[in-house]
Ligand binder design. Structure first.
Ligand SMILES: C[S@@+](CC[C@H](N)C(=O)[O-])C[C@H]1O[C@@H](n2cnc3c(N)ncnc32)[C@H](O)[C@@H]1O
Length: 213
């Protein structure tokens, strides 16, 4: 494969992309966005994790969000992070040293989790559904591994709301269209999270949104 073939694979196949360092750097940069900070803080308040619980993060990337939530699980809790990319997980494992509870970051597929039924108290997935061919299957998998009464948290983007101020409306429209259609990804999944979790059987939903400028 040449760099031309793999350029722009994005987060579908991080390890095959010629720009892995850029993809990792982008995750660190976007973790500092106001919208990311706001939504993760909202999630933390609403997940209400307590000592001894088990948390699953699917598409955990660099593990930052999971490691912050680990602080709420006490020494008896556990965090499991699953990601398709060994490059992402290498960084996540480096950052996991010193976590308050046991942490396992390992390779896996969001569409077919290698975890037992009903084995987690809470599960999350952030900005990963938009890279999957079938987000509903991934949410169904999260539901399968949660215990009855378990909590799910999804954070994702609705790229159809992207606005570009580049001084040329035609150029802005073309860029926006490309962002939404590239790699056949479900780019408006952020607007469908409620529908996905209801279909998977969840009730008592709470929703929040944030805009990144
Ligand atoms: C945009 S990153 C988000 C990472 C992290 N959740 C965050 O918000 O910082 C998307 C992540 O999903 C992972 N990913 C993509 N497809 C996946 C799949 N089928 N199964 C598991 N992880 C996947 C990628 O490797 C990448 O780490």
């Amino acid at each position: 494969m040449s760099p031309r073939d793999t350029h722009g694979l994005g987060y579908q196949r991080v390890d095959d992309d010629q720009n892995v360092a850029v993809l990792i750097g982008t995750m660190d940069a976007t973790a500092r966005w106001d919208a990311t900070i706001e939504l993760r803080a909202w999630e933390r308040r609403h997940l209400c994790l307590v000592d001894g619980e088990r948390l699953l993060d699917v598409g955990c990337g660099l593990g930052e969000a999971a490691l912050t939530l680990a602080e709420d699980l006490g020494t008896m809790g556990e965090v499991v992070g699953i990601d398709a990319s060994t490059s992402m997980l290498r960084v996540a494992n480096e950052r996991a040293t010193g976590a308050v509870c046991p942490v396992r970051f390992s390779v896996g597929d969001a569409l077919a989790l290698d975890e037992p039924d009903r084995s987690f108290d809470a599960a999350r997935s952030e900005r990963t559904l938009q890279w999957l061919t079938d987000p509903q299957t991934a949410v169904d998998e999260l539901a399968r591994v949660l215990r009855p009464g378990g909590r799910i948290s999804l954070i994702d983007t609705d790229w159809s709301t992207l606005r570009l101020d580049v001084g040329d409306n035609m150029v802005a429209a073309r860029v926006r269209e490309t962002m939404c259609s590239e790699r056949d990804r479900p780019s408006n999944v952020g607007s469908r999270l409620g529908e996905l979790v209801r279909t998977a059987g969840f009730e008592a939903l709470q929703e929040a949104e944030a805009t990144q400028v």
